[in-house]
Design a protein around this ligand. Sequence first.
Ligand code: BTN
Length: 265
Amino acid sequence: MGVNLFLYTLQNNIILALFVGQSIVKLKEVDSTNTYLRNLLSNSKPLLEGTVIMAEHQFAGRGQSSNVWKSDKGLNLTFSILLKPTFLPVNKQFQLNKVISLGINDYLTSIIGEPCKIKWPNDIYYENKKLGGVLIENISKGYQLKESIIGIGLNINQKDFGDGLERATSISEILHQDYELEKILAHLCWSIERRYLQLKANKWEVLDKDYSARLFRINEAHFFNINNTLINGIIKGVTKDGRLSLEINNELIELDLKEVKFIFD
Ligand code: BTN
């Protein structure tokens, strides 16, 4: 009714966010929802902030570092959200990675009942396995961000990942039941919006603290592949511009995505 304490409404038992996911385009098949959204942005009249493009089958999904993102038809969530973070300077864009990975992490942790982790910069992990990934593509104007295409791939009902994806997992593999994709999507939209509103309200300390606390392998000694050399180090956090801060032989070094790879035993 009138009172809406948690900034959401319930319709058909689906929690709806204020603007993320209010407008949803559902596609049977597309190469990549990120590419589709980018084309829509350049070819059509202005789109509402929070517009979501989701695909039942994404046949040429793109991942970080020019990787491909594979997802079996109809089993998982593959979607892109349009945000307009015009309040954010380009050099602070890593805050968006924090917002998105925290929003996803909050919700997954709530349904799994155990903490999920964020593998820097924004992979979603449960134990040593990858549940999902995020590909953020920003469009800027001068020093400010203009639009941001937030691509999210989350494994929900897939049980068999095939060769080369031994470290992938899904919600149904963890919880032994299948889920309705659109319900999960609605919850995720709400959860992401909640974190995005924290950013808009300048709650940077909360976001920084929560992001660090959920970082996969933070404060643990592990081997890393750094510029093709195996080195033992300890993750201490992430710099303001989004580089990984690693302690090696009592010294802090800062690395970007091209320079460091995690090692799994
Ligand atoms: C990664 O872990 O490398 C990021 C994967 C991001 C995949 C999603 S699926 C929806 C959106 N469309 C794409 O082409 N990629 C992202």
